[in-house]
Design a protein around this ligand. Structure first.
Ligand SMILES: [Fe+2]
Length: 244
């Protein structure tokens, strides 16, 4: 009689990254995690997957999520009090995911302080519908201020897909690229997966982020951690996450 064979479950290990620099774990600030209890659960599960540090990046979007350094830092403080009280051994910090919109243009014009991660990195995003007319100026002005722009999930902007040169141009202008881990799994669709794989193959990605908003995203990340071929490909590459 043959022994009963079960597929072995692997514990996802993202310790080669260590730091997640793009997620929506701060509760109640955007379309991400809603409650403090959920936040703490996410940190415990991420810790078990090898992450030890988080830069939480709530959206700042004109007319939608008018977050400021003040309210983000207030929420961060409350989260850190609970993290400490619960004895969860993770470092939690805050930055933001800035939409390149009119409000962001004003912030830059007025020379207002920006939330950065790892010293001088600024995470920026565009609409999924159409490219931001301000994006080129934003990249230029951030560079002038000595800040390093990082474009969030470039693979997810469908209007860039028709020409790979768009991605090369971002790098040429000094903007780094951050890929969403779930993009490589096909979570957002086959076309996004294809672009994500090409960006990785061409070594054009500086940061990998989870961009976790909710439980489905965490489930997707756990599934990715089980995929030995994708994980070994990622581990062969060099990312800046573990330098933060
Ligand atoms: Fe995000």
């Amino acid at each position: 009689m043959f022994p009963f064979i079960r597929s072995k479950k692997i514990t996802p290990d993202f310790s080669f990254l260590g730091t997640d620099m793009h997620n929506h774990f701060l509760p109640g600030l955007d379309d991400g995690v809603k409650t403090m209890e959920e936040t703490l659960t996410f940190f415990k599960k991420m810790k078990a997957m090898g992450y030890h540090q988080f830069y939480c990046t709530p959206h700042i979007i004109e007319g939608m999520y008018p977050n400021t350094p003040e309210n983000i830092n207030n929420t961060l403080q409350l989260v850190n009090e609970r993290v400490k009280y619960e004895g969860i051994e993770v470092q939690v910090k805050a930055a933001a995911e800035y939409m390149a919109d009119h409000d962001f243009e004003q912030l830059l014009k007025e020379n207002r302080p920006l939330l950065t991660f790892g010293g001088n990195y600024v995470l920026i995003e565009m609409s999924y519908v159409a490219p931001s007319s301000f994006i080129d100026t934003a990249i230029f002005q951030l560079k002038l201020k000595g800040l390093q722009p990082v474009l969030a999930h470039p693979e997810r902007y469908g209007y860039l897909h028709h020409s790979f040169n768009h991605y090369v141009n971002y790098l040429d202008r000094g903007c780094l690229l951050q890929l969403n881990l779930l993009s490589i799994t096909g979570y957002y669709g086959p076309q996004i997966k294809k672009i994500a794989e090409k960006l990785l193959r061409e070594d054009m990605i500086s940061f990998l982020g989870t961009d976790i908003h909710h439980q489905n995203h965490l489930d997707g990340l756990q599934a990715l951690g089980q995929n030995t071929s994708i994980m070994s490909l990622l581990k062969q590459k060099r990312f800046l996450n573990n330098t933060l």
